[in-house]
Ligand binder design. Sequence first.
Ligand SMILES: NC(=O)c1ccc[n+]([C@@H]2O[C@H](COP(=O)([O-])OP(=O)(O)OC[C@H]3O[C@@H](n4cnc5c(N)ncnc54)[C@H](O)[C@@H]3O)[C@@H](O)[C@H]2O)c1
Length: 248
Amino acid sequence: MKRLIDKIALITGAASGLGAADARLLAEHGARVVITDINHIQGEALAAEIPGALFLVHDVADEAQWISVLDQVKQRFGRLDILVNNAGFVNFSTVEEQSLEQFRRHLQVMTEGTFLGCKHAIPLMREKGGAIINISSVAAVKGIAEVFAYTAAKGAIASMGRSIAIHCQNQGYRIRCNTILPGAHDTPMTAKALIELAGADTDALTQLQEVGQGKPEDVANLVLFLASDESRQINGAQLVIDNGETIK
Ligand SMILES: NC(=O)c1ccc[n+]([C@@H]2O[C@H](COP(=O)([O-])OP(=O)(O)OC[C@H]3O[C@@H](n4cnc5c(N)ncnc54)[C@H](O)[C@@H]3O)[C@@H](O)[C@H]2O)c1
């Protein structure tokens, strides 16, 4: 059974990895998907594969681009039902090594990008209601020395989600806002990270890969659930998806 018939969904950073899996699954369930990303080659290729999909070039750290993207969504569809703030990246640095410039870039793309998406999408969603799904990480709740700036950015995303959910409820908007905290999933980002962490040590790389990564489709199934009316009582939640890794 299709669970998102006629819904309009915007997914950021959807040219690759988790976002691409979200776009495919939401479209399979009847949503019209708007794929946005800075990577226009992969983004356009993906949109060409998905019936009815639209690709827009979009740097989520840029407020003017958010306004333009959402304006195009409004012109074309008249509203937005689902927003998935997924775009992200990771660089490796401990607190001692971290440059201020790279720290700020993590916050600009992930924290400010998510804030700007919510701020500018809510006016397009509030009349009919909808679902906002923000992609944080288990890095929001774990100490991970090597990705200091990433933990800061993802922690802020997780906290913001609660305030956004309560704001929308206070205003009577019927917009739910939930946060997903994925553990390791098999995407280009993780592959790059594993290689950086393991360096030339192939044994270490094999060991890391055996940790038990999930597939992008595993996260996409949770996005689908949070986007659909089946999750109507779930609001302001932080859902860890890591096959129990965080609680060990
Ligand atoms: N894969 C995992 O194990 C994992 C775990 C926890 C959280 N996450 C989060 O999931 C999200 C997706 O990650 P992924 O693993 O699919 O990585 P990925 O590298 O495959 O995809 C990330 C996408 O974001 C895009 N992007 C980067 N900066 C952008 C910007 N400024 N504006 C717009 N798009 C931008 C990239 O071009 C890319 O297409 C990220 O937020 C990541 O932090 C991933």
